[in-house]
Unconditional design. Structure first.
Length: 279
């Protein structure tokens, strides 16, 4: 890059990841990739871009890593159009062009199907999206799909499982597909905070899609808050007293002491503390 030359938007967005947001985004991204062995030599990754802030940043991070990695891997940058409005479709295309993301867009009729669902349309939509992404990734010869879940998603999911499902379960950094043999799902932004993603987007003057489905577009601000939004508010309140609350929730899933757990499941098998309780 020539010294003193004004950077193009895609250059500014990419350079800001490794310079201005090095500590907030790039180092946590690289840490997750290494710590959880998310991207390895010879991988072909389907980088799934929804048009939102998280997946867009993830795509730029992986693109940067591709250029300067000391091990070879390849990536396909894919966008699934579940039935976006024309305006939302154009926004995704414009952002991809501005950021020099070589996206492949494929169409589905998921929104049309979920509109007719009597119950849990959001759950059905998410399940169908995931299935379509896996299928398309397989067709492209990929062995992994990358999704843009971030650290706050992980923390909120952990709390939601305890408060609403009576179980301790977290969002894993990677997992094997149950239905597509040899395929893995990875989450490269696993250690990146949402607030830093938002800051990166604002710094680069980017505007993203949110959910973009008809249900969201037709919602009013007065509708009942989602469970995840309630978790965000709860964590924010607790952090006023203890700024490390979110970090503590996250690290609690890494520091499970089975000697102090009444019962747990492993590979679907129930285990009780009584199994090894000495009389």
């Amino acid at each position: 890059m020539e010294k003193g030359r004004n950077m193009e938007p895609y250059e500014k967005a990419e350079v800001s990841i490794v310079k201005k947001y090095r500590n907030e985004i790039w180092i946590p991204f690289i840490s997750a990739v290494k710590k959880y062995r998310l991207i390895e030599e010879g991988d072909k990754i389907a980088v799934c871009i929804s048009g939102g802030k998280d997946s867009t940043l993830m795509a730029k991070c992986i693109q940067r890593l591709q250029k300067y990695s000391d091990f070879p891997f390849s990536a396909e940058y894919i966008v699934m159009d579940p039935g976006y409005s024309e305006a939302n479709r154009k926004r995704i295309e414009a952002n991809s062009n501005a950021l020099h993301l070589p996206v492949r867009i494929f169409n589905t009729n998921i929104f049309e199907i979920t509109e007719k669902a009597d119950r849990s349309p959001c759950y059905l939509c998410a399940k169908m999206r995931r299935g379509c992404l896996y299928k398309h990734a397989c067709e492209l010869g990929c062995n992994k799909i990358a999704l843009g879940h971030h650290l706050d998603d992980v923390i909120e999911t952990t709390l939601m499982s305890m408060l609403y499902s009576a179980e301790i379960r977290t969002m894993m950094p990677k997992l094997h597909s149950a239905h597509y043999g040899g395929m893995e799902l990875i989450r490269p932004l696993y250690l990146v905070h949402e607030s830093d993603i938002i800051s990166w987007g604002k710094f680069n003057g980017l505007q993203f899609l949110r959910c973009a489905c008809q249900f969201t577009e037709n919602c009013s601000d007065g509708l009942k808050e989602s469970k995840r939004q309630k978790m965000k508010q709860l964590i924010a309140e607790l952090k006023q007293e203890n700024p490390d609350v979110d970090k503590n929730i996250f690290h609690s899933t890494e520091n499970v002491n089975l000697d102090t757990v009444v019962a747990y499941k492993k590979n679907g098998i129930f285990h009780s503390f009584l199994d090894n309780y000495a009389k």
